[in-house]
Design a protein around this ligand. Structure first.
Ligand code: BGP
Length: 468
């Protein structure tokens, strides 16, 4: 096995999916506090008790013991996000909320005590609700200034504690889930493609600005973009399908192209012209975009197919971006098609195209788990999750052997948390089981699953224990 000796093994989380304490410590409301059905249902006007994210898994109060569990597995890195509305409760506040700042100080100090490096997502689907309700979210250029104020506050406060930063989670998803990704509270069918790309443009400028500011303020900092990776295969060998793949792929790769090259790629000119899109791009914007990222991070769960024939272009179940299901692959209980080789393929594609170090910051299997008793201890026998992760990590090692530079791997939802797309508790990813259920019942007790020991051994052996 070929994982480099300093490979960053760990797990990934997001504030809105695990912290809970949605109205404690001076926190303002975020868009997630009014999205009880994830991307699958409408928002509510105020937080409602059926929204599992309001309590999450209570990480806000249990962070110390949870981080101790991660340390027990040998984590080198923990990906977590900062809830923007803990720091700036409304988003346009002049002064940050000290209690919110102090919370993440405690979290980072706890990580440091265990030798765990934090990898921090600045904006993970949790924009302050006020910015959605009063400014219209990222279609509005003013968002760049609010984001700048937020990142300056973070870099100033945590610059000595956090070395790795990600600007926007799955930035390409703004085209697909405008409310949760872009805080744009207009139904998608009433938004024009121009508005969606304008929002994407504002985020790209904000991301490049954050990169510039970080480089100015924090010596040795590493800033990455974060892309929802979706390798796309032709449904048939028909060249028309291959062209369809090229075009579908570019809708995603565009975001990485801008982040790594610092300019809009030439193929977008034709797309914008033919789609009648005219963007407001200023000279200042163009200058800011030249601040390219230090690395590219991505989530990887599944691949899709693409076809030229609209009759074949049925969309797969449950995923954020869409795409045609692959007839050769099996799917998870939530319809996400399982494709370990896709991880090797996409890592090679990104490396060949961008030449920047990569970081796999999300990967894993959302599955229903059953708590059982073995030798008097409660656990989950999640051999299905172990098989999924094993096969993906073997493919990642193939990519490393192919010559791709990979900084690390953080398994998504390393402790069970609330799902993003469906807002369920029952879609579990963790090495640690959390006793909480879709109806909100449960003790919130934590139990180690079989995958807990398995992952600890993978980390201890630096991948040597993986089964090829
Ligand atoms: C990504 C998000 C995560 C996450 C993951 C799994 O799109 O960045 O926040 O939750 O998908 O999705 P889900 O929780 O819906 O299974």
């Amino acid at each position: 096995m070929t994982f480099p000796p300093d490979f960053l093994w760990g797990g990934a989380t997001a504030a809105n999916q695990l912290e809970g304490a949605f109205d404690e410590g001076g926190k303002g409301l975020s868009i997630q506090d009014v999205a009880p059905r994830g991307i699958q249902g409408p928002r509510t006007s105020i937080p409602t008790a059926d929204n599992l994210k309001l309590v999450g898994i209570d990480f806000y109060h249990r962070y110390a013991s949870d981080i101790a569990l991660f340390a027990e597995m040998g984590f080198k890195v923990l990906r977590l996000s900062i809830a923007w509305s803990r720091i700036l409760p409304k988003g346009d506040d002049e002064e940050p909320n000290e209690e919110g700042l102090a919370f993440y100080d405690r979290v980072f100090d706890e990580c440091a005590r265990h030798g765990i490096e934090p990898l921090v997502t600045i904006s993970h689907y949790e924009t302050p609700l006020h910015l959605a309700d009063h400014y219209g979210g990222w279609v509005n250029r003013e968002m760049i200034g609010f984001y700048e104020r937020y990142v300056r506050t973070l870099f100033d406060r945590y610059g000595s504690k956090v070395r790795y930063w990600l600007t926007f989670n799955e930035i390409n998803s703004v085209l697909h889930v405008p409310f949760l990704s872009g805080a744009i509270d207009t139904p998608k069918d009433q938004l024009s493609t121009s508005e969606l790309y304008q929002a994407a443009h504002h985020e790209l400028v904000a991301s490049a600005l954050a990169t510039r500011i970080a480089h100015e303020m924090i010596p040795g900092v590493k800033v990455g973009c974060m892309i929802l990776a979706m390798p796309t295969y032709p449904l048939t060998p028909d060249p028309a399908d291959v062209v369809a793949v090229m075009q579908a792929d570019r809708r995603n790769l565009f975001f990485g192209d801008v982040h790594t090259q610092g300019i809009y790629p030439s193929y977008m000119r034709r797309y914008f012209r033919e789609a009648g899109i005219e963007l407001d791009i200023t000279d200042d914007d163009r200058e800011i975009l030249t601040n390219t990222v230090d690395f590219v991070s991505f989530s990887y769960y599944m691949s899709v197919c693409e076809a030229a024939d609209p009759a074949k272009r049925a969309t797969g179940e449950g995923n954020v971006i869409g795409g045609v299901p692959n007839p050769t692959l099996q799917a998870s209980d939530w319809g996400w098609q399982i494709d370990p080789a896709g991880l090797r393929i996409v890592a090679n594609q990104f490396w060949d195209r961008w030449g920047k170090p990569l970081f796999v910051v999300e990967n894993g299997l959302g599955a229903k788990d059953e708590l059982v008793e073995v030798d008097g201890a409660k656990t989950v026998l999640d051999d299905y999750r172990i098989a999924y992760l094993n096969d993906h990590l073997v493919q990642l090692s193939e990519a490393i052997d192919d010559g791709v530079e990979i900084l690390g791997y953080t398994a998504w939802g390393c402790i069970d948390l609330v799902s993003f797309t469906t807002a369920q508790m029952s879609k579990r990813y963790g090495f640690v089981y959390v006793d909480r259920h879709d109806d909100g019942s449960g003790t919130l007790e934590r139990y180690r699953k079989a995958s807990f020991d398995w992952y600890a051994e993978v980390i201890r052996t630096n991948g040597g224990s993986l089964l090829r």
